[in-house]
Design a protein around this ligand. Structure first.
Ligand code: GLU
Length: 135
């Protein structure tokens, strides 16, 4: 069971999101990530414990007061950096986090790949970002 957190406000979003994800750790997870909106979308994610993500965030000091965060419990695709959420479309215009299973993702992925979309993960979730871009 994964966790999802979002923030929009006047504070720096990254520490708020990391703190929110820490509070959701009890639900269990295999990887974690955040996306911040600041002159485009900046995605930072890592498999393993939240401390791995927190380390990257501390190194990169991402800007932005709007963001989303996710702790993943894999259902489609092994736990890995690439399969961690958030997932983006080809243009980087969308970043998506998701809890659950998209039953028809194989059909949707095949349609989108036929239309030129390039996927970077093994997850069902990534299809949502490409579908948003397509629409
Ligand atoms: N099905 C998605 C995945 O495997 C979401 C899993 C979850 O609920 O954390 O990435």
């Amino acid at each position: 069971m994964c966790g999802i957190v979002g923030y929009l406000g006047s504070r720096s979003a990254a520490p708020v999101l990391i703190n929110g994800l820490k509070r959701l750790e009890y639900r269990g997870y295999d990887s974690a990530g955040i996306a911040l909106h600041h002159q485009g979308i900046n995605v930072i994610k890592a498999s393993g414990r939240l401390t791995a993500l927190a380390g990257l965030v501390s190194e990169q000091q991402p800007q932005g007061t709007v963001g989303i965060g996710h702790t993943r419990w894999a259902t489609h695709g092994r736990p890995s950096d690439e399969n961690s959420h958030p997932h983006s479309d080809c243009t980087g215009s969308f970043a998506v986090v998701h809890n659950g299973i998209i039953e028809n993702y194989r059909e949707l992925t095949a349609q989108l790949e036929a239309g030129g979309h390039i996927f970077h993960s093994e997850t069902d979730t990534e299809v949502v970002a490409h579908l948003l871009d397509e629409l």
